[in-house]
Design a protein around this ligand. Structure first.
Ligand SMILES: C[S@@+](CC[C@H](N)C(=O)[O-])C[C@H]1O[C@@H](n2cnc3c(N)ncnc32)[C@H](O)[C@@H]1O
Length: 494
C-alpha cells in the first residue's frame, strides 16, 4: 500500500476541503481508524455512520474515496505491527459488497498505522517509532511493491530483519527479550511494594505493562484484585487498558534501545490514572562479568539483553521520559504519581512513619547482647539451631517451634530455651536478627493485605501466623492497618 502523509483531500462529494487532520492517504483514498472518526468532517462522518448502520460493527478502518465509503476489518490493529486485511465491505446503492480475505495467503497489509489515528492518540508514538525504524532501514522504498503480506515479508527477509512487537531486530541475532520473563509463585518486588504502600487494594484496578508470564496478575486475581496486563510476547493481543495502578516491572532493563525505554515508560504512564511503579535490575544485583557488552548493557548467554541501572540513572530516565521526579521506594523500584497531591500524601505518610519508628527504637532490653559465654562451645550446635529458627521466623522461637531433637538436647544439657535464645542473639548479632524481623514483618504485612483482599479472617490463619501477628502487630486489625499505612524501618520489641 503506498503511503503519503496527511494531505488536502477532496470530500466524497468532490468539494475541496480544508486539510484533513486525520487519516492516511493512499492514491485517491483516505484511511481512518474507527477511534478517530470524531476528527473527520461532519459530512464524511455521516457517510461512515450510514455505512455502519448497514454493515455493522465488525470493522476497524474506514476507507473514504470520492466514490463512497468502505469499511475494512484488519487483524488486531493494536498489536499486529503490519495488520493484514481480513474483510472489506463496500456500500452500494443496491446493497453491500463483501470481500473475504481470511482465506487468502497474500492479503493487503497496513503500514504506518499512526497516520490513521487522531493526533492525541497514545498509540501514535509506538507506531510512529516502528515507521521510523523501517524508514531508516530503507524498507519503505518503492511503496507500491510492499502492499501485500508476501512482498512485505520478503523485503524484511532480504533486509535480514524480523519484527518483534513494534520493533525491528536483526534476524541474525534477535534479542530474545521474552526469555528474561521468569515464572513466579509470589508477587514480584514492585507489586509487593504497591500492596505494602496501600496502592493495590480492594476495588483498585491494576495493569501490568510487560507482564511476562502473567504470574503477578494471577496472584492478584486469586486475591480478588482486578488485574490485567499486556506483553509483546506473552500477551500481545490483550488490550492495553488504563488502570489506577500500572506496573512496569523489570521491562526497561531488558530493552537494548535507549529511545524505546523512554517510549515504553511514557506509554505505561499514559495508562496510569494514579501511580506507575517502575522497577529495573540495579547495579551490583548480579555480576556483569563474563557478559558481552552491548550498547549500554550486556548480552547474556541466553541471547537476552540486561542493563543494570544505578539508582540515580533510573531516576533520571524516569524524570526525562515523564517530566516528573519519581519517588524511590526500594533499590530499583520507583513510583511516579499522576497527581502531585498523591505524591505529597505518600511522602507525608512516609515521613510520619519515620517519626513513628525512629531508628534504634524497639530493640527492647531482652535483645541486649547476652555476654554469657559460659559453656558456649558445648552448646554451640544447639544455639545455632535456635538461631537458625529465629532467623527463619524473624522472632525468637517458642518451644514447639524448634525441632524436637534440639528441644530434647537442650533439656539434657540443662539449658533453658530462654538462655539458648539469648546466646543465639549473641551469636547471630543484632543486625541479622533485625534484618530477618523486618523481612518477615514485610512478608507478613503483604500476606495479610492479600488475605484481606480475599476476606479471610483471623480464624483461618495458621497457628504460626497467629503467633506472628501477635508478635509483630499485637492484633490482626493492627496488622491490617500496618499493611496499608506503616512499614517500620525498625522492629517492635522482641
Ligand atoms: C524480565 S521480564 C519481566 C516480566 C514481568 N513484569 C515480571 O516482573 O515478571 C521482561 C518482559 O518485558 C517484555 N517486554 C520486552 N519489550 C517490551 C516492550 N517494548 N514493552 C513492554 N514489554 C516488553 C518481555 O516480553 C518480557 O516479558
Amino acid at each position: 500500500m503506498a503511503m503519503l502523509r496527511h494531505e488536502e483531500v477532496k470530500s466524497c462529494s468532490g468539494r475541496s476541503k480544508s486539510p484533513r487532520k486525520v487519516g492516511k492517504r493512499v492514491g485517491g483514498a483516505a484511511y481512518v481508524h474507527i477511534s478517530a472518526l470524531g476528527e473527520l468532517a461532519d459530512e464524511e462522518r455521516a457517510q461512515i455512520e450510514a455505512a455502519r448502520e448497514r454493515i455493522g460493527e465488525h470493522w476497524n478502518v474506514a476507507k473514504i474515496t470520492t466514490k463512497g465509503v468502505s469499511l475494512l476489518a484488519y487483524e488486531d490493529f493494536e498489536t499486529a505491527a503490519f495488520p493484514r486485511l481480513r474483510h472489506a465491505w463496500r456500500l452500494k446503492t443496491d446493497g453491500v459488497d463483501h470481500d473475504d480475505y481470511t482465506q487468502r495467503d497474500n492479503p493487503p497489509i497496513l503500514h504506518r498505522k499512526e497516520l490513521l489515528l487522531g493526533a492525541n492518540d497514545p498509540r501514535v508514538e509506538l507506531f510512529a517509532d516502528l515507521t521510523r525504524q523501517i524508514v531508516e532501514r530503507g524498507l519503505l522504498a518503492d511503496p507500491h511493491r510492499i502492499g501485500t503480506a508476501r512482498a512485505w515479508e520478503k523485503r524484511l527477509e532480504q533486509a535480514g530483519v524480523v519484527v518483534i512487537g513494534h520493533r525491528l531486530a536483526d534476524r541474525a541475532a534477535p534479542i530474545a527479550r521474552h526469555r528474561t520473563a521468569i515464572a513466579r509463585n509470589r508477587l514480584s518486588a514492585p507489586m509487593q511494594q504497591l500492596v505494602l504502600h496501600g496502592f493495590i487494594a480492594d476495588k483498585v484496578s491494576v495493569f501490568d505493562y510487560g507482564c511476562g508470564q502473567g504470574d503477578d496478575i494471577r496472584v492478584l486475581r486469586e486475591s480478588g484484585i482486578e488485574a490485567s496486563g499486556w506483553d509483546p510476547y506473552f500477551a500481545p493481543a490483550a488490550p492495553r487498558a488504563e488502570a489506577e495502578v500500572v506496573n512496569l516491572g523489570f521491562v526497561l532493563n531488558v530493552i537494548e534501545a535507549p529511545g524505546e525505554r523512554i517510549e515504553v515508560l511514557r506509554r505505561a504512564f499514559s495508562l496510569a490514572r494514579r501511580v506507575l511503579a517502575v522497577s529495573t535490575m540495579v547495579t551490583g544485583q548480579r555480576p556483569a562479568d563474563g557478559l558481552r557488552s552491548h550498547g549500554d548493557g550486556h548480552l547474556t548467554s541466553r541471547g537476552t539483553f540486561q542493563k543494570y541501572f544505578a539508582q540515580s540513572e533510573l531516576r533520571e530516565l524516569i524524570a526525562e521520559a515523564l517530566g516528573r521526579d519519581p519517588v524511590a521506594v526500594a533499590p530499583g523500584v520507583m513510583f511516579a504519581f499522576r497527581q502531585a497531591e498523591d505524591e505529597q500524601e505518600f511522602l507525608e505518610r512516609r515521613q510520619s512513619r519515620e517519626r513513628q519508628w525512629p531508628s534504634g527504637v524497639g530493640l527492647g532490653p531482652s535483645l541486649r547482647i547476652a555476654q554469657d559465654n559460659v559453656q558456649r562451645s558445648r552448646f554451640t550446635p544447639l544455639v545455632d539451631d535456635v538461631a537458625a529458627t529465629w532467623l527463619e521466623l524473624g522472632r525468637p522461637p517458642l518451644r514447639d517451634e524448634i525441632s524436637p531433637l534440639t528441644s530434647a538436647a537442650l533439656r539434657d544439657a540443662g539449658l533453658s530455651l530462654e538462655r539458648a535464645t539469648r546466646l543465639a542473639a549473641d551469636r547471630v548479632g543484632h543486625d541479622r536478627l533485625i534484618a530477618s524481623a523486618i523481612s518477615r514483618r514485610e512478608d507478613l504485612t503483604l500476606f495479610l493485605a492479600m488475605c484481606k483482599f480475599r476476606r479471610r479472617s483471623d480464624a483461618s490463619l495458621s497457628e504460626r501466623l497467629r503467633r506472628d501477628v501477635r508478635h509483630f502487630f499485637s492484633s490482626l486489625a493492627k496488622a491490617e492497618e500496618a499493611g496499608t499505612v506503616t512499614l517500620p524501618p525498625d522492629l517492635p520489641s522482641f
